[in-house]
Write a new protein. Structure first.
Length: 481
């Protein structure tokens, strides 16, 4: 019997644990017909994309139902305070991104470091010498984007060679301690070729309908769900995201990978309810998104519960950016509409690649090993299945980055695939973009994280609380290997 330790969704703030076994005889039961009936045409039309954004200072936003961006989770965590004068050790600075000596492509670049200290880190400043060796120093205050990560987003008006370093101050009272890193070098190429691969931009796709069909399209789908408007869980609002069917090796059920912000409301601390998954909605015989599962070629499935990591549920965006990955579990008999109820046999399925992907060659060349497609159901392009494609880079230590991706609202949680779509391997999902309307899509890193542990929990779990706001499991990071 395989057992995982999870935090009960009903006792998120507690230290209690619940054990759930793979051979548990009781499975999570949701009222399928209630969910199907809930999503009337009016409710579907009122559902909006649940999209998260960052400004260039690292502040978080969410788009409201009036189309305007509103502040979201902008309060920063309070650093742990040391006793006055007790800490004489300066902060530790590590993991510069971009790493020393690399070439980056494009005018918009994010620079980040990790800074830690036993008393907490009060501030981080990034200093730039432009051009390298000139002695001209400019300083920028970094934002604490998540955990120990501090970053600054810059726009370069000219390329060339630059030096940069970080200066960090801890939170010790009485002036504190300050540390400066070594100087790192970076070259900025505004033409888009950073020295790797061919530098060919001819295969750049910012936002276009997916025209090649196949399992890529049938296994990906639109997610409808509700999340509360406040912590009292009295009123709920409808949202849309995207997700992808993943082969879980079991019969009668499947796992759907998506973004954590499409599964668990980190502000109001509740799991989504009334979750409906519609694969291959691009080929609906209706005029677009409606309330009829019968005109969707594969029908719809009601998801029973979600799985997230406690670092996502305990924190609030943007402090939980590294953990924006999650899963839904759907059972075959929660199917409505045409076709077989066996979801994996009907839609086909992907696997998840938890190994480190390729990145950093720059440009947009299908022959590059890091050529990456981000995909999803953008609501503004309903009902089309949309994609962007280019060579993948990184945005700080926690995210992969598609710098020219123009996918719009509703694509959150959609799959990232590299380099060959026929491999049917997901290596990230759509997570967040910038609030100023500039292109670019971030995706969480599934390698070197708890993403595989959460997937194993989703595979092995059949029973959870199904009450509104509690339909899911929160996996404690300490229980993951």
């Amino acid at each position: 019997m395989k057992v995982y330790l999870i935090l009960s969704a009903a006792i998120v703030s507690s230290t209690a644990f619940v054990a759930i076994a793979k051979d548990a005889p009781i499975r999570a039961v949701v009222n399928k017909q209630h969910v199907i009936d809930h999503w009337t045409s009016e409710r579907r039309q009122k559902a909006i994309p649940r999209d998260l954004y960052l400004d260039k200072q690292g502040n978080g936003y969410i788009r409201a139902n009036n189309g305007q961006l509103t502040a979201y989770g902008q309060a920063k965590p309070t650093p742990q305070k040391g006793k006055p004068g007790s800490d004489t050790t300066p902060p530790t600075i590590s993991n510069p991104s971009p790493s020393d000596g690399v070439t980056v492509s494009g005018a918009s670049q994010t620079f980040s470091v990790q800074a830690s200290d036993e008393s907490g880190v009060r501030s981080v400043t990034l200093e730039f010498e432009a051009p390298a060796g000139s002695g001209n120093i400019s300083s920028f205050n970094a934002n604490n984007t998540s955990g120990d990560s501090w970053s600054v987003a810059l726009n370069f008006n000219q390329g060339g060679d630059f030096n940069w370093r970080a200066v960090a101050a801890d939170a010790t009272k009485g002036g504190g301690n300050t540390a400066a890193s070594e100087w790192w070098s970076v070259s900025v190429d505004l033409n888009g070729d950073n020295g790797g691969g061919s530098g060919n931009d001819g295969d750049l796709v910012s936002n276009a309908p997916w025209a090649d069909g196949g399992v890529v399209q049938t296994a990906a789908g639109r997610l409808f769900y509700e999340m509360p408007t406040s912590r009292n869980l009295r009123r709920w609002a409808g949202y849309v995201c995207s997700g992808t069917v993943i082969n879980d090796g079991r019969t009668g059920r499947t796992v759907i990978v998506t973004a954590a912000h499409c599964v668990y409301d980190d502000a109001n601390k509740a799991f989504a309810r009334n979750v409906l998954f519609i694969p291959n909605q691009a080929q609906t015989t209706g005029s677009g998104t409606d309330s009829n599962c019968d005109n969707d070629p594969l029908g719809c499935w009601v998801a029973s519960f979600g799985v997230v990591e406690n670092n996502w549920s305990d924190r609030t965006f943007p402090d939980n950016i590294p953990w924006d990955y999650a899963y839904y579990v759907a059972f075959d008999d929660n199917h409505q509409g045409p076709g077989s109820s066996d979801i994996e046999a009907t839609t086909g399925s992907f696997t998840i690649n938890f190994q480190a992907p390729q990145q950093g060659s720059g440009g947009a060349d299908q022959t590059s090993i890091d050529y990456t497609r981000g995909m999803g159901y953008s609501y503004s392009d309903d009902p089309n299945f949309m994609y962007c494609a280019e060579n993948m880079t990184s945005n700080g230590p926690d995210n992969w980055w598609l710098a020219n991706c123009g996918l719009s609202g509703g694509s959150s949680g959609g799959p990232w695939i590299q380099p060959n779509v026929n491999a049917l391997e997901v290596m990230s999902v759509n997570s967040w973009g910038y609030s100023d309307g500039s292109p670019g899509m971030a995706g969480p890193k599934l390698n070197g994280t708890t993403a595989q542990c959460l997937f194993d929990v989703a595979v092995d779990t059949d029973t959870t609380d199904t009450r509104d706001g509690s339909a899911g499991v929160i996996v404690s990071q300490v229980s993951c290997p």
